[in-house]
Each structure stands twice: as structure tokens, then as C-alpha cells.
Design a protein around this ligand. Structure first.
Ligand SMILES: C[S@@+](CC[C@H](N)C(=O)[O-])C[C@H]1O[C@@H](n2cnc3c(N)ncnc32)[C@H](O)[C@@H]1O
Length: 302
């Protein structure tokens, strides 16, 4: 799995730049456009929040666990607009600090090992864009990926009553995924081999499920599937909007970009890591159907 060092690298490094671009509680996961790509990103993110809260029957007084909460956009929505109570968990210290400064109940804690002894049980749980980080390449190579997901669903099951609902969205690999040995940072720029290698540098410690079925099978002993939909096209639009916002001029933000220049010039590994500012590996992977993206709603059965 990606550990707190990996996740600090991915999320704390960009903390200030992200908040200056997307707002203090911006979403860092695919939005929900429902086919209307003329919608502003903020509205599409709000549509996602509403869909999730409705799917999980979140209302005034509901106690909700927001796993892998990022800068806590969903925590903010359900506490401020639905009157729910919420705890958000992240492994990025920068995110947690920013959320706490903004009055959000967020702590640094590994959600995969939460037990009812920590904060009791919950009426509903979300994990929006977190599962991507739960299995490392090494665990996948060792044949442990399904075990990682099965253990995670057991954790969820212990935290929910029968009838309690869980929402997740996750990237998955798709029909055009390459053989692992063909992933190569020196391959032709923009090729599948190259963009997959860039993704692995941007998200160290992270390997995706093969398909939604893999996740659903791992949930089966404890959960039934309520709904499933692909958010691949929505994610492509989300990334387009993010890229515009990351580029939009802001004095403080451009100073931060500038402060990274010496490292950029002297550190080859860092140049690979920030190549994502020139090319979006995720977007190319979605466009070429190397990757897909799924929204899954589950209900605990036993
Ligand atoms: C792509 S962001 C999604 C953030 C947020 N859910 C959103 O939609 O904006 C992934 C988040 O997963 C968190 N994360 C990854 N693995 C985790 C773990 N084992 N425990 C808690 N948080 C984790 C990261 O710290 C980061 O906040």
C-alpha cells in the first residue's frame, strides 16, 4: 500500500498549490456531469456530493465516516448542507492540517485499520478515490491484491450495521492495459508505456484493481451491490478543468511554482514527477481506455 511517506509526497507537496487553485476544500476526485460537459466543475462536484449523500441516505444526525477525505469537500457538504456529523481520515499531514485550520473534523489515520474501538460504528461510509492507494505494485506482484481488498471490506463491515451503506469511487485498469514489463519511462512521450510510467511516479505505492468486478467480488461476503456506473468520461472533463485551474494566474501560486525551479533543473527524478504538468497521464489513460473509473454503492448484508 501507499504509506504516509508516499501520500505526503503525492498530496502534501501540492497542498498549497492545490488550495490556491481549487479552493480550500476542493475535490481531488472525478466529478459527476451526467453528460452535460458545459457544467462548471464546482457544480459537477456538488452533483457528485448530492448523488453520494442520497445514495447513502445521509440526513440530519447521520454519523458518517469519510475515508481518504482529501481536503474534505464531502465532509464539508454533509455537515453544512445535510446536518450530518462526520470524521474525515487522510494519510497526508498537509491535508489534515489544512482541513483542521478550516474547522473540519479530520485526522491523520490509516482508514484500512480503523476498528469500532476507535470511534464506534457509523451510519454510512465513503471512500472517494482512496482505494487506488491501498495495494502497491509489490503486493500485486506477490499475488496479495485480492487479500488487501477483502481485508478492507471486512474493516468496513465491522464499522457498519446491517443495512448500512458504503460508497466508493475508484480508478481501475481497463481493456487496453499493458503488460507490467512494458511500462517504461523512456518510451515514446505520450505512449501508453510512457504515461503509465509517469503515473507510477506520481502515485508511488499504488496499483489499481483490474476491473470493478474484482472489487465487487471482494465485497461479496459482507455487501451487496446497489449501483454501479462508469465515471470515465466525467473524469476526463474533470482533469481538463483541473489543468485550467492549476495554470490560472495567482501571484502566491506562481511564486510556489518558481520555488520548485532549482529542484526541477537539478533532479531528474523530480522532472519525471512534475512532467504531469505538461502531460496528464491519467487523462491519456482514460482516453485510451487503459483505465476506467467506477462509482459503486454497497449495502451491508451480514
Ligand atoms: C485522490 S485523493 C481523494 C480525496 C477526496 N476523497 C476527494 O474526493 O477529494 C486520495 C486521498 O486518499 C488518502 N488515502 C490514501 N490511502 C489512505 C489510507 N490508507 N488511509 C487514509 N487515507 C488514505 C490520501 O491521503 C488522499 O487524501
Amino acid at each position: 500500500m501507499a504509506n504516509s511517506y508516499d501520500l505526503d509526497f503525492t498530496y502534501t507537496t501540492i497542498d498549497k498549490i492545490f488550495r490556491l487553485s481549487m479552493g480550500e476544500s476542493g475535490d481531488y476526485s472525478g466529478a459527476k456531469y451526467d453528460g452535460d460537459f458545459s457544467m462548471p466543475l464546482e457544480k459537477a462536484q456538488k452533483a457528485k456530493h448530492k448523488f453520494i449523500a442520497d445514495s447513502l441516505n445521509i440526513k440530519k444526525g447521520s454519523k458518517v465516516l469519510d475515508m481518504a477525505c482529501g481536503w474534505a469537500p464531502f465532509t464539508k457538504y454533509i455537515t453544512q448542507e445535510r446536518g450530518a456529523t462526520s470524521i474525515g481520515l487522510t494519510l497526508s499531514s498537509g491535508q489534515a492540517k489544512a482541513c483542521q485550520k478550516n474547522g473540519m473534523n479530520v485526522i491523520v489515520k490509516d482508514c484500512r485499520y480503523l476498528t469500532p474501538e476507535d470511534f464506534g460504528t457509523f451510519d454510512a461510509i465513503t471512500c472517494i478515490g482512496g482505494l487506488e492507494h491501498f495495494c502497491s505494485v509489490e503486493e500485486w506482484k506477490d499475488g496479495k491484491q485480492e487479500r488487501v481488498y477483502r481485508n478492507f471490506f471486512k474493516t468496513l463491515s465491522d464499522l457498519l450495521p446491517v443495512g448500512g451503506r458504503y460508497y466508493m469511487q475508484t480508478m481501475t485498469f481497463s481493456k487496453n492495459m499493458l503488460d507490467h514489463k512494458d511500462i517504461d519511462i523512456n518510451a515514446e512521450r505520450g505512449s501508453a508505456s510512457h504515461v503509465l510510467a509517469l503515473m507510477m511516479k506520481e502515485f508511488p505505492g499504488s496499483w489499481l484493481p483490474d476491473s470493478p468486478e474484482m472489487v465487487i467480488n471482494c465485497a461479496t461476503p459482507h455487501f451487496k451491490l446497489i449501483s454501479q456506473s462508469s465515471g470515465r468520461l466525467d473524469y476526463i472533463e474533470t482533469i481538463k478543468q483541473w489543468r485550467k485551474k492549476f495554470r490560472k494566474f495567482n501571484f502566491k501560486k506562481y511564486l510556489l511554482y518558481l520555488s520548485l525551479l532549482p529542484k526541477y533543473l537539478t533532479n531528474k527524478e523530480f522532472r519525471h514527477q512534475v512532467a504531469v504538468f505538461k502531460i496528464s497521464p491519467n487523462k491519456v489513460c482514460f482516453e485510451q481506455e487503459i483505465m476506467d473509473h467506477y462509482r459503486l454503492v454497497f449495502e451491508k448484508i451480514q
